[in-house]
Design a protein around this ligand. Structure first.
Ligand SMILES: [Fe+2]
Length: 293
């Protein structure tokens, strides 16, 4: 598990001084359905937010080593495996370069990334053999990557006042579920851990942020604090209903639901209140699913 701590200095107490954490995943940048305009819109949103941080949720590209290789090999009438390796490495390389360029504007705001179930390990006979597309992306942008779970504890600091907020993420696994089944799975995971405020995952291309029943925690001086907890699925940037019926996606052929296009925005701020003369500082949050279609 990757675990990082981050301290963020903010100018004041209250929502107007909030920090905003953007969570996006499932770009599938090399897929025909990749929605670049939607990604631009998120980039503008990140860049125009003063206090913003970013988490990448996996599935940068659409390739998946074994399946992609087998599919291409089945289509090829001539050529041996070496041709297949070269063709696929080139395709992956292009996707990697595009993903780096796309994420470059906000590279200094990344907290971490998680690795998805789509990716590519290069054949590249030579020094780069086995290097992954995700790892290269992370190295180029200076983003730490987690293979499974990743958490960050963000300490919001304003003068002598400080309180923390924890976000836990993983890419996700498993097949399609109903929307409630999908939510329940995340909520069960959140409840396994103590002190997680937001549990987020990608993978299913569902897109929502749900506030669940608040929990009571106790401050350092024993005062009860009601905390808003959330679960979220981060959506995708891959349209699965194409512009032309002549060129359907495999999701259309299979009759899947439309993908949830968008990203997640978690607004986190310092709050304070007095109870029987005791001053309590804590974090408060609002998490929303931002659509891009
Ligand atoms: Fe995905």
């Amino acid at each position: 598990m990757l675990n990082i701590d981050k301290t963020v200095k903010i100018k004041g107490i209250g929502k107007k001084h909030a920090l905003e954490v953007f969570l996006f995943g499932d770009m599938h940048i090399d897929d025909k359905g990749f929605y670049g305009k939607g990604f631009d819109r998120m980039t503008d949103d990140i860049m125009s937010t003063k206090n913003s941080l970013v988490i990448q949720m996996g599935d940068i590209c659409d390739m998946a080593n074994r399946r992609t290789r087998q599919a291409l090999k089945a289509q090829l009438e001539v050529g041996g495996m070496e041709d297949v390796y070269i063709a696929l490495d080139q395709k992956a390389n292009k996707a990697e370069a595009e993903a780096i360029i796309r994420c470059m504007p906000f590279s200094d705001r990344f907290l971490y990334g998680v690795i998805g179930n789509h990716g590519w390990e290069y054949y590249n006979i030579g020094a780069d053999y086995g290097k992954s597309l995700d790892q290269n992306w992370g190295d180029a942008l200076g983003v730490p990557l987690a293979k499974a779970l990743a958490t960050v504890r963000i300490d919001l600091k304003c003068g002598l006042r400080t309180a923390s907020y924890r976000i836990m993420c993983r890419h996700g696994n498993g097949g399609a579920r109903t929307e409630t089944g999908d939510h329940n799975k995340l909520q069960k995971e959140l409840e396994q851990y103590d002190g997680v405020d937001l549990f987020a995952a990608g993978h299913t291309h569902h897109h929502y942020a749900h506030k669940i029943r608040p929990r009571v925690l106790f401050s350092k001086c024993g005062e009860p604090i009601s905390r808003n907890l959330h679960v979220a699925r981060t959506g995708t940037f891959k349209r699965n209903i194409r512009k032309s019926a002549m060129d359907p996606s495999y999701e259309e052929i299979a009759g899947y639901s439309p993908a949830g296009l968008g990203y997640i925005k978690a607004k986190i701020w310092l709050a304070r209140r007095r109870r029987d003369g005791v001053d309590v500082t804590y974090t408060q949050s609002e998490v929303v699913a931002v659509p891009i279609d």
